[in-house]
Design a protein around this ligand. Sequence first.
Ligand code: SF4
Ligand code: SF4
Length: 447
Amino acid sequence: MSYKKSRYNVIAKNDKGSRLFNSRTGAIIELDKFDPLSPSFAEAWKQQKFELSDHVWFSALRETGFIVPDEVNEISDYMTSFDSMQKTNDHMSLIVMPTEQCNFRCVYCYESFLKPQMNLKMQEALKKYIATSVEHVKAFSIEWFGGEPLLGKDVIRNISTHTVALTRERSIAFRSSITTNGYLLTPDLFDEAVTEWNLKQFQITIDGPKDFHDKRRVLETGGPTFDKIISHLEHMAKSDYPDLLYIIRMNVDHENLKTVPEFARIVKEIVGDDKRARFFARPVWGKSECDLLTNFESRSLRKQMVEICEENGLHLFDSDLFLNPGGGMCYAADAHSLVVGPDGTLYKCTSAFELPENRVGQLTEEGAVHLNLEYFNLWIKPGTEKYSQCRQCAILPICNSGHCPKIDIERTRKNEDGSQPVCPPYKEDIKTFVVTAVIEEEFAEVR
Ligand code: SF4
Ligand code: SF4
């Protein structure tokens, strides 16, 4: 049988030679230019087609997807598997907003704090919906979002304990995560969340060193928040829950851009060598009156983050996602993902609550989901149908041409030019992520 190179290979040069990454399988290997077999491999790799016997490394490259049988049509295989993922009812992801209220008034926040805490009737409705959903799935996840979700901690407790019991009973994988400002995450509540609610992933935003953070992320009633959040993080870092992941996110605009390296050192002091900690910085994209970074500055921030994390021995969060198949697709593009508002309104996207097309349905008090399929389908329609660029793209299996369906929907609504796909910012940096990725033993040893 003859073989060809996968169209999903990405090659990135480094000091040792190069790294080869495949976006369909997520495999990375190091091709060491000092290896005695390297020159013969370079010769063999120049061919358009190979036999496995052409080089001793080729069998391993086949196993990891870097070469594929010549007759394989990778694009149609990809489309078939994406289509089947969207149609197969084997997983369900809910983003639940226990409340839209928030205890902070951050300078760049886009939320309007309208809806109060989810009432008991709606909590019961959601529990019924979860009970029906877990009957047909193998994996179930809830992400708690707000507002500040911990203002609705009783809602989280009620729904989580119910879901933990249901999924345990049926031996279904249940993953739970939260995006919180961290202010209310006291040590006792954190311990309860991990042990009783199965909450294992926490994303906490801190906007730099104390002076900057306390100017930007203030309490609703006024007043600083930095010291309390840091003390909660210290408890997290000292905890010994093995399967915990905590992510420290810094929102950056011109005001705090220069403080990123200093803040990385503060983070390092807190987390030490804890492998469960992640750090990342993202440009603010909230209120337009903030002093937002330009596209060029955002890109150089992403590159700078790779260096800063390396220098400080911190693990960069983004790179985990962007080197995994499907990891760069927005949840809004997933046919099995819904956002549940406190009043049971169903959305797809968490940053466009006022967009009519984002109100895709309603959870009824009986626990049934009524969807507006015309709107719902706008979010999950594969971009590959519309954009030939996506069908040719080397990172299609990561992005699934679903980086941000909202932008596409808004372009249609405003009759704007939609001839180009909405590419993710990380597309330009994928080689940097490949070069800096920690290669797992199994891939390093693949040859
Ligand atoms: S949106 Fe851009 S990065 Fe994503 S698959 Fe399409 S061309 Fe590739
Ligand atoms: S659709 Fe776009 S704006 Fe909405 S959550 Fe996804 S990436 Fe964010």
